[in-house]
Design a protein around this ligand. Structure first.
Ligand code: FES
Length: 142
């Protein structure tokens, strides 16, 4: 099963986050483990979910040396046997990322194991099903 931000936030809420900072740090570590770094674009969603300020999250990230904050968004396109057939979607993603240099890092991933809901993509860790070019435009024009 693919990693899911909402499920992870709910899990760590049950573990005591955000009052228990160790639970919050565990969530941040899990995000980083999944994505290689913590995208700045995720902070508003995490802050809203827990009812805390983004500045508090930034302070926690900066206090823990092993946590890394990325200023760019991370767009992951499933390139598995089913989603990979959406070549127009991949071409649009490459074109949009080229149009916004430094704003987005594009990655192609193996099958996300939700083939029936594809094409699938993740944007800053959030999973989107039945992705199309309009969704890409919407995400990258935020
Ligand atoms: S090919 Fe994309 S989820 Fe399987």
């Amino acid at each position: 099963m693919a990693w899911n931000l909402t499920e992870a936030m709910e899990y760590y809420k049950k573990q005591g986050a955000p009052a228990d900072q160790n639970a919050l740090i565990s969530l941040l570590r899990e995000i980083q483990q999944d994505q290689g770094s913590i995208s700045r674009g995720l902070l508003p969603e995490i802050a809203a979910f827990y009812g805390i300020k983004e500045t508090f999250l930034l302070a926690v990230i900066r206090r823990i040396p092993r946590l890394r904050l990325a200023d760019t968004h991370i767009l992951e396109l499933c390139a598995g046997p089913n989603c990979g057939k959406a070549t127009a979607l991949a071409a649009k993603a490459e074109a949009l990322c080229a149009a916004y240099p430094g704003k987005v890092t594009l990655k192609f991933t193996p099958c996300m194991r939700m083939c029936g809901k594809g094409p699938n993509l993740k944007f800053d860790g959030r999973l989107y099903h039945q992705a199309d070019e309009a969704l890409l435009e919407q995400l990258l024009n935020r």
